[in-house]
Design a protein around this ligand. Structure first.
Ligand SMILES: [Ca+2]
Ligand SMILES: [Ca+2]
Ligand SMILES: [Ca+2]
Ligand SMILES: [Ca+2]
Length: 465
């Protein structure tokens, strides 16, 4: 019938004898083409197996694949990572935690290949995060005051929050005695010092300007120091108490950051007031002395981290990099580089001769180790919170939590995304979400700490055995 359909223009050819398929002689892989492994696994996670039709001995090898150098194949066919994989800092070629390797089996002079992929999945690595406070509204800053937390909100309140009981109370002394204006930064300063201990805030008002205000509610004392004139741009300020107070004031446009006549773009240091300098007579009821200009070149501060005689200042970028810069508290002069540098990016010619370069930089963006604005975190020495080891844990305003080996902060080198772990999955809270990580604070014990979110949530981070 087929011949008839062809038109019948030739005699039917004899039915050809089918050629038998060639004898299968190459080895054949019998193990799966993919696997899934939880991070940190050091031992064999997969056994390569193959068979050979002739029963020849099969030799197995890693023959290629973009991630070939990340694997070790044992003589028994066991496959493992040469370094236990870290989900939070993947090292596969395209950084998606899917590692690709090609395996080769050879037997009797013939070979077969298996394109194998292994997916690394996350482990929380002992981190548990519980929401302890919600509904605070739009929050802007947080610091620990003994076992309580101090939180400033967008409406200008200073709240005393007990994270154990959930109690929230506005401090009435501050409410009744503060100058008006938006609260930009907050710190609990000089703990245990009878004349200086207090709650310090920096406020800005378009009519009243920029002020440092201190309050000792128990003694009914307060202090206001004018820092600068009103500023038309959005003002960002960070405040930290580390023996002295340090005030970092941003200058987004950069027009004043290197101009010592302007407070914008500057670092100030405020020491305790010298009450004992007056041998006789009444002691003035001041909490602190006059601010001293301590550094310049700041763009958009995102908080300080404390480390004994050192501080780390975060500075948010606007075109290229966010950065973290370490400095000793008594170093002078200090120049954080803005607007000549943003992170490791040189932006304009003729920079200052000496700039205090950053230890960590990362790019603006939404990639694994990118973000919208760095937020200063906590340095862990391994005694505090052993699950986090020797780490610096910090945040980003896009809702990310990052970590680096703390030794990277002090080795005198510049580090980037290749050392930054994205631990956001490890820090996922039980309830609510981390949306805008604004501050970290340690208070009420060394086995936990707190994270402030910009939408009025506070999360408690604790270890899990
Ligand atoms: Ca990890
Ligand atoms: Ca990959
Ligand atoms: Ca992890
Ligand atoms: Ca939230």
């Amino acid at each position: 019938m087929l011949a008839a359909c062809g038109g019948g223009d030739s005699a039917p050819s004899p039915t050809p004898t089918p050629t038998p398929p060639p004898a299968a002689t190459a080895p054949r892989f019998t193990s799966a083409t993919s696997a899934s492994v939880v991070e940190n696994r050091a031992d064999n996670f997969y056994t390569v197996s193959a068979s050979d039709p002739q029963g020849d001995a099969i030799s197995l090898a890693i023959s290629g694949g973009v991630d070939a150098d990340k694997f070790v194949l044992g003589t028994d066919g066991g496959l493992r990572f040469n370094t236990p994989p870290n989900f939070d800092l993947p090292i596969d070629a395209n950084g998606d935690n899917i590692y690709e390797v090609t395996l080769r089996g050879s037997a009797g002079g013939e070979t077969a290949f298996l394109n194998f992929v292994v997916t690394v999945t996350n482990d929380r690595e002992g981190i548990a995060v519980r929401r302890v406070i919600s509904g605070l509204g739009e929050t802007v800053a947080m610091d620990a005051m003994r076992s309580d937390l101090l939180v400033a909100d967008r409406s200008g309140r200073v709240l005393v929050v007990n994270p154990a009981t959930g109690a929230i109370a506005e401090d009435p002394f501050i409410r009744d005695n503060r100058r008006p204006g938006e609260i930009l930064a907050l710190a609990f300063g000089f703990p245990g010092m009878p004349y200086q201990e207090g709650i310090y805030i920096v406020t800005h008002s378009p009519t009243d300007g920029l002020w440092l205000q201190g309050f000792d509610p128990t003694q009914g004392r307060s202090l206001q120091i004018r820092l600068g004139d009103p500023w038309a741009e959005r003002v960002t300020v960070s405040l930290v108490a580390q023996r002295e107070l340090y005030i970092a004031i941003g200058d987004r446009s950069g027009s004043n950051a290197q101009n010592s006549a302007s407070p914008y773009g500057k670092l100030y240091r405020v020491s305790e007031y010298c009450h004992y300098c007056y041998a006789a007579g009444p002691r003035p009821a001041r909490l602190v002395g006059e601010p001293r200009l301590w550094g310049d070149g700041i763009q958009m501060p995102g908080g300080f981290s404390r480390e004994a005689d050192y501080l780390h200042l975060t500075d948010r970028g606007s075109t290229a990099f966010h950065e973290l810069t370490r400095f000793r508290r008594d170093w002078q002069p200090l120049d954080f580089g803005w607007p000549f540098y943003e992170g490791s990016s040189a932006l304009s010619a003729n920079p200052p001769a000496i700039v205090n370069g950053p230890s960590i930089v990362y790019r603006l963006g939404n990639g694994r180790a990118e973000g919208t604005g760095i937020t200063a975190g906590l340095i862990n020495d391994g005694n505090f919170f052993k699950q986090l080891g020797q780490s610096y844990v910090f945040g980003d305003t896009r809702g990310a939590v990052f970590a680096v080996d703390r030794n990277r902060l002090s080795d005198g080198r510049l580090h980037g995304a290749s050392v930054i772990e994205n631990r956001t999955k490890d820090f996922a809270p039980d309830v609510g979400t981390l949306d805008t990580v604004l501050a970290f604070a340690q208070g009420g014990g060394s086995d936990h700490f707190f994270i402030l979110d910009g939408d009025g949530e506070i999360f408690r981070v604790e270890g899990q055995s």
